[in-house]
Design a protein around this ligand. Structure first.
Ligand code: GLV
Ligand code: MG
Length: 310
């Protein structure tokens, strides 16, 4: 699985941002053709995006393009121009405002046709489906199971709040007047369950108060605690916070690796299903939890600082 702790949004209509994004330490960069690009700039943005993918240095980053949603007249040309022009330099497409599984199947089919026609490897380009309206959330299980190309489900809070008439204009914060609990909990958990039941990643969307890095960190920490894999970043100031919040701490990572080694030793050498590691009892479920933390730590490039001795 690719790391997606930080997913940087870059408007495809802005060559300066396309250049600057290459120097930022993000796991994923997505070049946008959708809502950050004005209708009159869409065609030029496609050309910018193709050029940036082909000529830019995106080493170490997952390269993604967000096309326009299927209710617009732009989607098919977005896909054809970007994939024909830069297919081998592209890892994934984001399909926004997905409403049901047929929309993902449409994209999968179109990608396969382009890959065949161009002689590209068939099936290599993945899909991220953005869930950003009531219908998409109601259909999220079928969406999550709709294509082997799917790699992640992404929450789009701004469009989602508009779609359900939530009474707020501040994206990512609680709606004023909602004083108990978290107004996004159901939506986030629904997306997370659908993602996990199909082995997909779950990504949280943007936090628009870009000057408030502490606010970003607080909101990101909540979705990270639920199990989300990463979050969108809109500004360089949010990057380090996202990478940090969605990586396990060194202590948790070391602990996870220790559990894996200890459990391996106790089950295989001593043939015991449950054993003590210090003051803690570990069993098969502990191993599964440790695998998750260890995988996230390894993907984040952490190195263990302790070793297991029986
Ligand atoms: C992102 O696309 C959002 O709508 O929040
Ligand atoms: Mg949106």
């Amino acid at each position: 699985m690719r790391a997606r702790r930080s997913c940087l949004a870059v408007p495809g209509s802005n060559p300066r941002f396309l250049e600057k994004a290459q120097g930022l330490p993000v796991d994923e960069v997505f070049l946008d053709l959708e809502d950050s690009v004005a209708p009159l700039a869409k065609e030029e943005a496609r050309a910018n995006v193709v050029a940036a993918l082909r000529e830019g240095d995106w080493t170490g980053k997952t390269r993604v393009v967000r096309v326009n949603d299927l209710t617009t007249q732009w989607t098919y040309r977005d896909v054809i121009e970007v994939v024909e022009g830069a297919g081998p330099y592209l890892d994934c497409l984001i399909l926004p405002k997905v409403q049901d599984h047929t929309q993902v199947i449409w994209l999968d089919t179109l990608l396969t046709q382009i890959e065949r026609a161009m002689g590209f490897e068939v099936g290599r380009i993945g899909i991220e489906a953005q869930i950003e309206n009531a219908r998409g959330l109601v259909n999220v299980d079928a969406i999550a199971g709709s294509s082997p190309r799917l790699e992640a489900l992404v929450f789009g809070p701004a469009d989602f709040m508009a779609s359900i008439n939530m009474r707020t204009l501040v994206v990512g914060e609680q709606p004023p007047g909602y004083t108990e609990g978290d107004a996004y909990h159901y939506i986030l958990m629904r997306i997370l369950m659908a993602a996990r039941s199909h082995d997909l990643q779950a990504i949280d969307g943007p936090y628009l108060q870009i000057k408030d890095v502490e606010g970003f960190r607080r909101v990101a920490a909540r979705t990270a605690a639920l199990g989300f894999d990463g979050k969108w970043v809109l500004h360089p100031a949010q990057v380090d916070a996202a990478n940090e919040v969605f990586s396990p701490s060194q202590e948790d990572y070391d602990h996870a690796e220790l559990i894996l080694d200890a459990y391996e030793h106790y089950t295989n050498v001593e043939k015991r299903g449950a054993a003590m590691l210090g003051d803690e009892m570990i069993d098969e479920a502990s191993r599964k939890m440790a695998l998750v933390v260890a995988a996230k730590g390894r993907a984040a490039g952490l190195r263990r600082t302790t070793t297991f001795t029986p």
